[in-house]
Design a protein around this ligand. Structure first.
Ligand code: TYD
Length: 145
């Protein structure tokens, strides 16, 4: 499967969202509003931190859930796989969000010790929305196209 590496800066990838920085002499502030900064209503927020060295997370897709991931401190890599191509995004800045659409297999790795990965989601947690088996993911994606 083709594989691409994408840094979060200097790219026109539509999945990468610039988040407006409201800065002044005191420092920086970013506000994310559902329906404008992110193209969905935010129903859930979670964040991943204190990730142990060498840990890899994710390894699932969602049937319907849409998410925006922002590494607000430190860095990590997010691999998105649409069944045809795998793209590795380096999440290393608090002012860029990565949109994760439905039916995207995702894997996260290379978390720095100080990484805080903030995720905004458009639905409440629902285990029934998860596809945790990669072969089933591929079958489902291929049946949609
Ligand atoms: P898990 O799906 O393993 O995280 P990841 O895919 O990012 O590696 O989630 C870890 C645990 O947290 C698991 O028991 C499910 C639970 N969880 C919730 O209860 N609510 C949530 O919103 C999320 C994302 C996970």
């Amino acid at each position: 499967m083709p594989s691409v590496e994408v840094p979060l800066q200097g790219t026109s990838d539509p999945l990468i969202r610039q988040l407006p920085v409201l800065g002044d002499h005191r420092g920086s502030l970013i506000a994310i509003e559902g329906g404008s900064t992110v193209p969905f209503d935010v129903k859930r927020i979670y964040y991943i931190f204190g990730t142990q060295p060498g840990v890899e997370r994710g390894f699932h897709a969602h049937v319907a859930l849409r998410q925006l991931a922002v590494c607000v401190a430190g860095s990590c890599e997010m691999i998105l796989d649409d069944g045809r191509e795998r793209t590795t995004y380096l999440l290393d800045r608090p002012d860029r969000g990565l949109l994760i659409q439905a039916m995207m297999w995702r894997e996260m790795r290379n978390f720095s010790a100080d990484a805080v990965l903030l995720v905004l989601a458009d639905h409440a947690y629902d285990e029934a929305d998860y596809i945790r088996d990669y072969d089933r993911f591929l079958e489902t994606v291929n049946s949609l196209t």
